[in-house]
Design a protein around this ligand. Structure first.
Ligand SMILES: C[S@@+](CC[C@H](N)C(=O)[O-])C[C@H]1O[C@@H](n2cnc3c(N)ncnc32)[C@H](O)[C@@H]1O
Length: 378
């Protein structure tokens, strides 16, 4: 049985996981509270715990509540002005933990209302369930919320181990409209116990080619397993972040159907890992930052994706900026990397651009499209 995460002070690795949850949600929430086409947001924390560790450090439920109001409550004002709704659904299956959670949430909200003179005007509505996760996911009301096209949904699935986010759950999440999610998974355990029927019941490990020489890649490979579950004709983005703890590798997987969602998550990852945007250690054996050879703009990851982009442009598989940006995002890099390659090829007179010329590389869903052709082939 897994050790109760809320019983001891959160470890550094748990704190990092929580920090990434917080940063991810901090990027997510303003998009939807400012969006006039979104009536409100639902935030699901399916494995909520008690809300704190014994030192009072916030766990995911209080982190989400805290982030949702924004710095100096700036989002509360937007939500009130635009008459939006923010609903939280917390779930914790152990009764004693759920009771503690309810108490911690009430205390948090009381303090928040007092500090900000909100009285009864609090923007939050919340529900605290005590269900087995799979039952919570099948709850009639929750199913209805998940299918709401006018509401944005953020789902946090901080499971123990790997048994809860199976193929069925993953498919449900990726097919729910306007729904982004982030989940935790104990990738090392899957690698270690890949032959056991108890593991294969949840993850078809026959489809994963683990490399015994590179255990640090296990979380990447598990993300690829989930990636392969996405129907080919569906535009969807997944990215991963590996957290090394001792000899073990845990991980986070974020999913979104919108390029902007992935741009935002990738910024969080690259801020935490300037070498590869995907781990809390030097996963690609890059030169360290204190080495003479360290070059922030040419790390192993960036160089390898730049080379792939270059090859795809030269073989005319990529013939416009939007396709190029999406390729770059799907390979775990920020869109500006694509623009860097375009500038280089243009300078070397290898390509020409036509159409709405620009070098914009953020919010790619809004960027004007230009075409790319090979010089000499025009
Ligand atoms: C990793 S902890 C989550 C910690 C929490 N996110 C935090 O930041 O403190 C997983 C939590 O999910 C609960 N849990 C485990 N299995 C569950 C299930 N099948 N359904 C619902 N809750 C479950 C556990 O009791 C535990 O509190």
């Amino acid at each position: 049985m897994a050790k109760d995460i809320n019983q001891d002070k959160f470890t550094d690795e748990t704190q990092l996981k929580l920090q990434i949850f917080a940063e991810c949600f901090r990027e997510w929430i303003p998009v939807f509270i400012h969006d006039l086409y979104t009536k409100g947001v639902f935030i699901f924390d399916f494995f909520a715990g008690t809300g704190k560790d014994p030192d009072g450090n916030y766990g995911s439920p209080l982190i989400l509540l805290n982030e949702a109001k924004g710095e100096n409550c700036k989002y509360c004002n937007v939500v009130k002005k635009n008459n939006k709704k923010i609903y939280f659904v917390f779930n914790e299956k152990i009764e004693s933990k759920q009771n503690e959670l309810k108490q911690n949430i009430e205390e948090y909200l009381e303090t928040c209302k007092k500090q900000n003179n909100c009285g009864e005007n609090c923007i939050y509505q919340y529900r605290c369930d005590q269900k087995e996760f799979k039952d919570a996911l099948q709850d009639e009301l929750l199913e209805k919320y998940l299918h709401e096209k006018d509401y944005a949904k953020f789902a946090l699935l901080d499971q123990y181990g790997f048994s809860q986010v199976d193929e069925q759950v993953f498919s449900k999440l990726i097919s729910s409209p306007k729904t982004d999610f982030i989940f935790f998974i104990s990738s090392s355990f899957i690698n270690r116990f890949k032959e056991l029927p108890q593991t294969k019941r949840y993850i078809d490990t026959n489809k994963i080619q683990f490399d015994e020489e590179r255990p640090m890649d296990c979380h990447r490979l598990i993300t690829d397993y989930y990636r392969n579950l996405i129907p080919e004709d569906k535009e969807y983005y997944l990215h991963h972040f590996t957290i090394k703890k001792g000899a073990n590798y845990w991980g986070l997987i974020f999913g979104t159907s919108h390029s902007f969602g992935m741009e935002k998550f990738l910024r969080v990852c690259w801020n935490n890992d300037p070498l590869s945007g995907e781990s809390n250690f030097n996963i690609n054996n890059d030169y360290s930052e204190d080495s003479l050879f360290y070059d922030k703009n040419n790390t192993v990851k960036k160089q390898s994706i730049k080379n792939e982009i270059k090859d795809k442009i030269l073989s005319s598989e990529i013939t416009d900026n939007i396709t190029g940006f999406k390729f770059t995002l799907k390979n775990g890099c920020l869109p500006e990397l694509f623009t860097e390659v375009v500038k280089e090829l243009e300078k070397e007179n290898i390509i020409k651009r036509t159409g709405e010329l620009n070098y914009s590389s953020t919010q790619i869903h809004r960027v004007d499209k230009y075409d790319i052709s090979l010089v000499g082939k025009i």
